[in-house]
Design a protein. Structure first.
Length: 203
């Protein structure tokens, strides 16, 4: 096996990985980046971008849908941009009041503080989808109650320990939980084209 960095390839040359100035690769594994997009803002799209674009596209987020994004980090900020571009009404859910300004600048229509019990109660059965980007330990059940009938929570963040889920909130409103990891080459190209069309880059 040849390591990506500081390893020796078949010819005995040192590998430089992401520090390389050139690369030979099968064209089926390459992506075309529009000249409209700055490369510095494109690089994170190949991780945080496709991780959030793929599940939103898979569930078919569209104009008029109500989408909540849980957590405003690398994944969350891309999720907000994509959900808005798909035409959804987007609410950022965060435990940090300081994230409100950033969320609204990114295009979120609303901000809700998850530590405010009255706010959370007012959002019960409000969302078609919740994209959960949080990797810290948290209670999924709190957020399942925010989903409408047939609503879906999409998990892309991975907490360090298993998270128990109560069956009752799922059964009563036919809610579901799904997970998503990343997308393939074709979908990543589709995402890059979508980003060029909607002027979306990582910040």
């Amino acid at each position: 096996m040849v390591g990506t960095y500081n390893s020796l390839d078949k010819e005995g040359q040192i590998t430089y990985g992401g520090y390389s100035t050139q690369i030979v690769v099968d064209e089926k594994f390459t992506l075309k980046v529009s000249d409209k997009l700055p490369l510095a803002g494109v690089a994170p799209l190949l991780c945080a971008g496709i991780t959030t674009y793929s599940p939103l596209r898979y569930v078919g987020v569209k104009k008029g849908d109500k989408v909540a994004v849980l957590g405003l980090g690398g994944l969350g900020h891309m999720a907000v941009k994509f959900a808005v571009a798909f035409g959804a009404e987007v609410t950022m859910l965060s435990s940090s009041p300081g994230k409100k300004e950033d969320a609204l600048k990114l295009g979120a229509h609303h901000f809700a503080l998850t530590s405010d019990e009255a706010t959370m109660n007012s959002l019960a059965s409000s969302f078609d989808y919740i994209l959960n980007t949080v990797s810290a330990q948290h209670d999924y059940n709190t957020y399942l109650n925010l989903l409408r009938v047939n609503g879906t929570m999409i998990i892309v963040g991975v907490p360090p320990a298993p998270t128990p889920v109560h069956a009752f909130p799922l059964i009563m409103k036919r809610r579901s939980i799904i997970g998503s990891l990343i997308g393939g080459i074709a979908e990543t190209q589709e995402m890059l084209d979508f980003c060029a069309e909607h002027n979306i880059v990582s910040e």
